[in-house]
Design a protein around this ligand. Structure first.
Ligand SMILES: Cc1ncc(COP(=O)(O)O)c(C=O)c1O
Length: 453
């Protein structure tokens, strides 16, 4: 026989189905429902907590229960423009409203903390939630080694500037790579050695050679959904890289900015192959939540805790308490988990549409990387072609793509690569966009041939 709380759940589901409660709406209070169903308050609490466990609803302390999901804001679309250049997350699926509740909640919960300066490494309640959330990614680290940072870029920049326990001076980075990391290295005048990432990844023998021959302080790697190539390492490759790092006393900065979105159930981060401190792990909330929040997390080795804390304090004292508090509420309520599960499906679908479209519409001989990543991918034009010309020609046709030239260190610069991001493109527009890019590349190659005759 059905239990009373299960009947209550069914009734609530009917209200949702019939549109009386919409995503983001507040659900009736516990008292109202207990009067309506003529049952105890405990029965309603049980019904709500079961729905919460199933990530159907979320609770905001002292405020009530809300329905999860749905389009959060009406994102503006520029009519006719297909924008593959934007690096932001999928606008239509960001939990804007839910996060708004969390911000309000944080203002209430953390008002005392806002009258004074807070801890440089972050609110302890948030660090605790982060340590739990990181375990889902096979990152097991004590709360004391976890730092909240103002965007993962802040941690990367501090790592570039701090001396490391191995006393080495150079940095090894994938080429191409995340533009902000390049800026960080260049502005601090540090010598960096590049290693090329192709659709097949990196040459591990060359990596070993670099580790052996150069004074490498750390290897900076984006181990999944690499920006801009979309490349993800296999577990075997990650294990091998960690072994090499140990052998040659090189640290690894593992930028796992979108680790949450990996749908390969057994995929581990490099951190899992050496949690002792050899791998410094960072994760961002910019691609899965809102980049404007400037929230990231870093897992530090013991030996760097003190210098990192001082550098973080010197940079901005601490990350704003309200945004930290809101993330704590968001993680703790289970909303993050539900949101990520939704996003994984969306990015996976976008990845498979992109992959199909690349294969159908790019001219023969034009190569690409990361078609399945659902976020970033690149197209390589024939060697003598200039990406800049293609970018400008496409712009005239209302298609925006990014020239990847700035994603290389000057010494390794390539001028024939463009980066595409499908995150902010509606699924139905991806194929049409790629078709038009294919046509333009074809024209571009033909005219380059004409001039070279
Ligand atoms: C490889 C990589 N890491 C990290 C980030 C995000 O950095 P942040 O958390 O500072 O916004 C990005 C954003 O584009 C990125 O491409």
């Amino acid at each position: 026989m059905e239990k009373l709380y299960e009947e209550v759940i069914k009734e609530i589901e009917l209200l949702i189905r019939d549109g009386y409660i919409k995503p983001g709406d507040k659900l009736p209070s516990i008292r109202t429902l207990s009067e309506r169903f003529q049952c105890s308050i405990n029965t309603i609490i049980k019904a709500y907590s079961e729905m919460e466990k199933a990530h159907r609803i979320y609770s905001v302390p002292k405020s009530g229960y809300f329905l999860v999901g749905g389009r959060q804001i009406e994102a503006t679309t520029n009519d006719g423009i297909i924008d593959f250049s934007s690096a932001g997350p999928d606008k239509w699926n960001m939990p804007y409203r839910e996060y708004q509740h969390c911000m309000n909640q944080a203002i209430e919960l953390y008002k005392e903390d806002m009258f004074q300066y807070s801890e440089p490494l972050g609110l302890s309640a948030l660090r605790f939630q982060l340590s739990k959330q990181l375990q889902e990614l096979q990152v097991f680290a004590p709360v004391e080694r976890i730092a909240v940072v103002s965007g993962s870029q802040q941690a990367l920049d501090i790592f570039v500037s701090l001396p490391f326990p191995n006393d080495k001076t150079e940095i090894c980075i994938e080429q191409p790579t995340h533009f902000s990391m390049i800026e960080s290295i260049l502005t601090r005048g540090i010598n960096a050695i590049g290693i090329e990432v192709t659709a097949q990844g990196i040459d591990l023998d060359l990596l070993e050679h670099i580790f052996r021959e150069r004074p490498i302080k750390f290897f900076y790697t984006v181990s999944r959904f690499q920006n801009p190539t979309g490349f993800s390492y296999s577990n075997k490759e990650k294990e091998k890289i960690v072994k090499l790092a140990r052998k040659y006393d090189v640290y690894i900065i593992e930028d796992d900015y979108m680790g949450d979105l990996d749908t390969r159930k057994k995929a581990d981060p490099m951190f899992a192959y050496d949690p002792s401190g050899r791998v410094l792990y960072t994760k961002s909330f910019s691609k899965v939540l809102l980049p404007g929040l400037r929230l990231g997390v870093a897992v530090l080795p013991e030996a760097l805790l003190e210098p990192f804390t001082k550098a973080k304090f010197a940079a901005d004292v601490h990350t704003p308490v309200i945004t930290q508090g809101a993330l704590e509420v968001y993680l703790q309520s289970g909303m993050y988990k539900a949101h990520i599960e939704g996003l994984r499906k969306i990015y996976k679908r976008k990845g498979s549409i992109l992959n199909r479209s690349f294969r159908a519409h790019l001219p023969l001989g034009v190569t690409f990387t990361g078609a399945n990543s659902g976020f970033y991918s690149t197209i390589q034009l024939p060697l003598k072609s200039k990406a800049e010309h293609l970018v400008n020609a496409l712009k005239k046709k209302n298609i925006l793509v990014q020239n990847a030239t700035g994603m290389y260190l000057p010494r390794y610069k390539k001028e024939n690569v463009i980066r595409l991001s499908v995150s902010q493109i509606e699924e139905k527009k991806i194929e049409e966009g790629i078709r038009r890019i294919g046509v333009e590349i074809d024209k571009h190659i033909r005219s380059a041939k004409k001039f070279s005759r």
